[in-house]
Structure formats: structure tokens, C-alpha cells
Design a protein around this ligand. Sequence first.
Ligand code: SF4
Length: 382
Amino acid sequence: MNEAIPFRQFVVKTAARCDLACDHCYVYELRDQSWREQPRVIADKTVGALGVWLRAHAERAGLSVLDVVLHGGEPLLAGPDRIDTIVRDLRAATAGVAELRFTVQTNGVRLDERFAEVFLAHRIRVGVSLDGDALAHDRHRRHADGRGSHAEVVRAIALLRRPRYRPLYGGLLCTIDLANDPVATYRELLGHAPPMIDLLLPHATWEFPPPGARPGETPYADWLIAVFDRWYGAPVRETRVRILEDLVDLVLGRPVPSEMLGLAPPGSVVIETDGTFEREDSLKATFDGAAATGLDVFRHDPATVLAAPAYAPANAALGASCRRCPVLDICGGGLRAHRYRPDTGFANPSVYCADLRALIDHVGARVRADVRALVAESGSRR
Ligand code: SF4
């Protein structure tokens, strides 16, 4: 059996609950409800077994650096002391073999100086979820009692922008909502001076299509194209926008390890609070148990996990229309979850197919025109 390429990124669930009840959350509000069975917070013995596993994996694969994303649920529900211990234990377990680079992805609600000091001590970079201004953000990212979280999140971002913590500020993650103007949303995010912006398509499948999708229209492409034109056409690069940078790289023929675009394997794996390995979190938008693998850090060594069918490349399951698509190298069929239909599984084009194609064609035309202009300019100087 062929092995997957060695994992380099480990999405470690430190807490399996959340203190918000966002209506677009793929973990808690969609099809897969397996989180209800998970321990609330990762236990010491699970962290210990994970450390042993990571060490064996790095040794076996000859990897000197591993990326660890502290994730959830809301990872900060574990508390600053617990996160401090988790990071110390994992670093101690892998010492002398691999450096662990940590990031944390948080909703920001609990982020305060106590957390920030722990993150500073361990050089943990912080990504915060923010959907735009108060109206945009609080439309979806609310507490269980209906209160919006925008004010708390903005306070957390202001903390990260203080000179002491600024090196920790990793960026902002925004889920696209067609109700929000694209360029106004981009400018609102830019106002928080993020080093990186992640723009996510809302999770959707052929069974549960994207909000606002209509046959013959490409509203998500239109939204992202408006941001692309503003970002790409700016006289100076204002910030990094991951999906747009990835598209430019892919158009130029550079491989991008991504779950969202291209054909290069992302090389990442999810570890739940009970120590089970899972496939990408976005599969939780498809059906109950879609992300499960039956593997865990206690009983399954790296060779077994890497050879498991669950980690076969996502593009092995591409349908015929994707395999003959002229932009397959760039699109890759999109996110696997977005290709799901209950009757045909994942062997379908993305539910965002028309949007992806329109976006790729637009970015491709613009980037290739620039390349041609550069080549012509350098030719005329000779
Ligand atoms: S999802 Fe659509 S655009 Fe993407 S590879 Fe498949 S057919 Fe092509």
C-alpha cells in the first residue's frame, strides 16, 4: 500500500467545545455531531502519547520541523496553564529530533494578557476569526444567548497589535458572506493591520448548496474577484491574502500544499481531544462520521497512519468532469467537502465549480498579462 506524503502540519484539538454558537461553524452546526463524544479538553495522557507519536514520525520521515496548530472548538477553553503544559510537553517529547512551530486559531473572545504571555513565552502565533465590521461579524459569530462577539474580538486584536505582542499576530480569518460588500470587508479587515487574511468560502455541498447560489451565476467568484482586483492592483502590497496568493502561485505553475486549491497534498492531519486521528475538519459539513479514520495516537504508529486509506490523496477521488477540466492543476476540484453529494460521494465537481472556474480564469488572465508585459519589457531593454 502506498503511503501518503509525511504529515508536516498537525491540527491538535485542545478543546472540543466552543464558547460561541456561530451559525456557519462546520464543527458544531453542520452534519457531523461526533464532537459530542469528545473529551472537553485534551488529557495529559493523550498529549504524552501524541508527543511520542510526533517524535517517531519526525525521526522516521527525517523531518526537522513540524507545524502544530492548536485548534478546537475554541482552543482557549483549555485555559492558559493547560496550553502552557501542552506546549512544554510536546516540545520536550520531540526535543533533539524536530522543532515544533506552534500557531493557535481562536475566536478571540477569551484572549487576554494571561494567554498572550503564554503565547509569547512559547512563540505561538495567533490567528483570529473576524468576518468584517460589527454588522457583518455579529450576523453569524454570536454567543449562545444571541449576543454578538465583535467587540470582544476587536479588543483581542488590539491586544495583539500592542508592540509587546505584535510578533504573535498571525492574521485574520473571515468567512465570506455575500451580504457584505467585498471591498468594504477587505478594507475593514485591513484596518486591523493583519499580516495575513484568510478568506473562506462557506461550507456547502451539493445537498446543502452555498447561501445565495443560483444556477448560471457566480456570486462567490464575483466577490473574490472584487477583492483580488483591489489587492493585486494596489500600488503596494497591503497584506497577504492566502487564497489569492495561492491562486497566483498556481497560475505561475508553483505547487501549493493546500486543501482548497491545486493538486499538491496538504500534508496535514487532525488529532481530536481523545487522541483519534481525523481527516480534514471541513468534512464535518458532509455527513456524520465523515472525518473519522479509526486510528489514534495510542495504538497506531506513523507507518500505519500514513498508509491508511483515509489519507489517500483527496484528488484520487476526483470525478470525470474534474479529471478532464482544463484548470484542474489550479483548482484541484476545490475542497473535498464541497464536492460531496449523498448519492455519488466525492466524485463530483465542487458545488463552487462555476465560481472557481470564473475566479481562476480572471486571476489567470491578469497574471499572465503581467508576465507577458514583463517579458516584452525586458526584451525591449536588450
Ligand atoms: S471543480 Fe470545476 S473548475 Fe474545479 S477542477 Fe472540477 S470541473 Fe474544474
